[in-house]
Design a protein around this ligand. Sequence first.
Ligand SMILES: [Zn+2]
Length: 422
Amino acid sequence: MKDLNVVVLALLGGLLGACQARSPSGALPPRDASQSANQTTGPSSGGAVARRQSHRNNAPQSANGSATENAYDDNGDVVGDEPEDAQDGESVSGSGFDTGDDNDQPNHGAVDDPRINRTIHHPYDGMAQTELERLLKEKPESLGSVSLGRPNAGGLFNAVRMPDDPAWKLVDPSHAYGTEETVLSLGLALHAVFEHFPSTEAVSIGHISARSGGHLNPHRSHQSGRDVDVGFYYKGAPNQWYARATPDNLDLERTTFLVRSLVDKTDIEMILIDHSLQAPLEQTLLEQGYNADWTERVFHGGHGRPPIVRHAPGHATHLHLRFRNPIAQQSGQRLASLLVQHHLAVVPPKTLTHVARAGDTLAKLAARYGTTMHEIRIRNGMRDTSLVAGHIYTIPTSATSSGSNSKNLPLSSAKAGSPVRK
Ligand SMILES: [Zn+2]
């Protein structure tokens, strides 16, 4: 682990150096805005269960308000305050992680890297499963970071903790683990801001993933080392974690530069930002004379692709980033069953989603789906037992629910008086 960190830091240093050499002025050439999903905003509900103001779960729902298999796409459509996956509500296959038909999965045998506009070979290319198994037993660190499954039902192996650095501060270092690709990309983008603007104060980094991935309270995603919560840069004030950003207090220069860096220098899949902040950010980019086509694609999509910057409730206090990990994701496909077989990874529990309606109680849901009230509370980061009409709840339904991470997370882990999202 330590060695891996050293390697990653060295790589990070090298990459940063390379980028500075390419663009000393900090000017970032536009890159093709990339894929992902449709933007979906859901209707709110009409039920009569306790209605409370919440940043969670403003989401699409079924008409009858009962359990629903998600009807929307993968890749961060707006469900609750976290991106939802298409396959939630479907089973996870028995012996391994379901990598399913996620259209974001890399090709076998080669990895397209749009940053260098060429196809690179995957580190496992040419290796038989028996060879991978031998390495897993004898030299597991040589297999690199492995992102298993999907952000909403996944795991992590050979994780790297985000290193400490003057450019950022870790809010919760024990849950700041990602893949090498995520850690490198995040460091690259935050360093770009730090170095471009004199006296930039360290920005907050919230949760990435738990060391072994899996469910991380109170998130739906953040399970496979590809999701990161990052605080905003604020004007003339400390970059306080979870402070509500407004068009007035947001440091638009630094924040737009971060968006540019993420899109141009990393393999970012999506950036969730509250819609109230998107127009000022977009306006700032245009006023800076930044490429209008690029801005249009990043904020509104185009050429058949959805936008990278998307709205999701709860993201006026932080940005949620999701990186593509072409290498670690493919490693996950190759290694998932081996890792499970050797008890080095836990298959994510089968879950489904339920839209609460009038008359629902935690006890009824637990009975109906064969789980416990405690499990439902953990899965949904609930601080009390009341359900909110119209909100979508993730329900663990299999005996394997309550992965190793959730067991260690007391419900009180959310700061009193603050939203549960971290
Ligand atoms: Zn997040």
